[in-house]
Design a protein around this ligand. Structure first.
Ligand SMILES: [Zn+2]
Length: 468
């Protein structure tokens, strides 16, 4: 039996112990070593002027490139072929970076052992599995120093969101913590080492939500984090049943899926706290975090951000762009010019400064994976369909599938507030965005299955995007 099966078959009490032991091990790994000095640095750098941050980036980039030049076979070969010297790296690291090729996901998967940084003081302290949408996992290694740096950066964000060390957290992610066919509570486990309650996102149905919400209300988390789809389902239940909560969380932070505006509204109604979006790829790429003004700040301390449009050119203000990241937070598996496959929308005005105190630039929206971008002949590329749900009621779950440039299928799970009128409204909203000629079909279904890793895919496109 594998570890997961053993864990799932444990009685609840022993599950709590197992999770707490693991939590204790994680805590020691994450918060020892350089954690505190990184945290202090990042708390300070949060308000640095942009040029100081850019100088920091220049130094970090030079350090990274020098390390991979010497200790990663994969990058060594590239840099030698480019006839780059150590002096070039020290004097003009950005110039060297611009000459280097992009790192594709396939290469990370296939050439991992060549890519890995073999410098003696960085051990393979953690093996991280990312289950991609295709189902084949990508492996990355982390050394302890990189783990501590990553957690310091994450905790800087929590800190800016009003949380203090040791806060109570509720986590709703795709982890399987109770047997999928379990019908009686508890649908959660508690990690006492880190004061963290994990609630299963695979059990959020009408019947189970009652005990789950009661448990949350008793636990009174200061942080609620996880998949927006899961937090949204809980919020909808709270609002529909007029449940008055006995706490207000200091921070709600969503990851892994796109956070839509209609979800934000529902979540705010339930918890009286605005959900913030946090982006980072689990391979160890760069960080984007939302501030209280709703701006999605690039965390320049996490690495170098590059943005390319669908034609592969440097993206212009207002365009949709793929994020290419050079990461400072995973030195064991160095990601230099890594094509994340994640898309954002750049703001119209790139030089706008936010009043929250962070001076870094921001993106306007995180679109998600490239699959989340739709295409019709009439309108071209269309990102983020969440605005099409404005004014609709009676839909508890919905998935937009674009089968071809000419055919959109919407699968939706409806509730008692639904009327046929909603379909008419919805189709109009979709037409406003996708054009008048595309065929749109709406199906009412019993349920919409979750995708890889328990994530909910709100949008799926089933054909390659044509490049105009
Ligand atoms: Zn801000």
């Amino acid at each position: 039996m594998d570890k997961e099966k053993i864990f799932l078959s444990l009685p609840h009490f022993f599950k709590n112990i197992a999770v707490s032991l693991l939590g204790n091990k994680n805590k020691r790994q994450r918060k020892k070593g350089n954690y505190n000095s990184y945290l202090n640095l990042f708390k300070d750098s949060a308000s640095w002027p942009k040029n100081k941050l850019e100088n920091y980036q220049k130094e970090e980039l030079a350090k990274l490139l020098l390390e991979v030049f010497e200790f990663s076979q994969y990058y060594q070969k590239i840099l030698i072929n480019l006839k780059v010297s150590k002096e070039d790296i020290i004097n003009a690291p950005f110039k060297v970076l611009n000459k280097m090729p992009f790192l594709e996901k396939e290469t990370l998967k296939n050439d991992l052992e060549l890519l890995v940084n073999t410098i003696p003081n960085r051990a393979k302290d953690l093996v991280n599995f990312t289950s991609g949408t295709t189902g084949t996992p990508t492996i990355t290694y982390y050394d302890n120093d990189s783990i501590q740096k990553s957690f310091a950066l994450l905790n800087r964000y929590y800190n800016l969101s009003g949380l203090k060390e040791g806060f109570k957290g509720l986590r709703l992610s795709g982890r399987i913590i109770v047997k999928p066919n379990k019908v009686k509570p508890p649908f959660w486990v508690f990690n006492s080492s880190e004061n963290q309650l994990f609630v299963s996102t695979y059990h959020l149905n009408e019947i189970n939500l009652k005990p789950i919400v009661e448990k949350i209300n008793k636990f009174k988390p200061e942080l609620i984090e996880g998949y927006p789809s899961a937090i949204y389902i809980i919020s909808k239940y709270i609002n529909a049943n007029n449940i008055k909560l006995s706490f207000i969380p200091k921070c709600i932070s969503t990851t892994a899926e796109t956070l839509y505006d209609y979800q934000k509204e529902e979540i705010f109604r339930a918890f009286k706290t605005t959900a913030l979006n946090q982006y980072s790829s689990s391979e160890g790429g760069v960080f984007i975090t939302e501030c209280k003004n709703g701006k999605l700040h690039l965390n320049l301390e996490s690495g170098i951000f590059e943005f390319y449009n669908l034609k592969g050119e440097n993206a212009k203000p207002g365009e949709m762009a793929e994020l290419v990241s050079t990461s400072f937070r995973n030195s064991k598996t160095p990601l230099v010019r890594y094509k994340t496959g994640d898309w954002v929308k750049l703001p119209e005005n790139l030089s706008e400064v936010c009043s929250c105190g962070m001076n870094s630039s921001f993106v306007e929206k995180i679109i998600g994976r490239e699959d989340d971008i739709l295409f019709t002949e009439e309108k071209g590329y269309v990102g983020r369909m969440d605005t099409a749900y404005k004014g609709l009621v009676g839909i508890s779950k919905s998935q937009i599938i674009q089968e071809s440039p000419n055919l959109i299928i919407v699968n939706q799970v409806i509730d008692e507030d639904y009327t046929k009128e909603m379909d008419v409204k919805f189709i109009k909203n979709l037409r406003d965005r996708l054009g008048t000629t595309v065929n749109i079909k709406i199906n009412n279904v019993e349920n919409i299955p979750l995708g890889a890793n328990g994530k909910f895919n709100a949008v799926i496109r089933k054909f390659e995007l044509p490049i105009e």
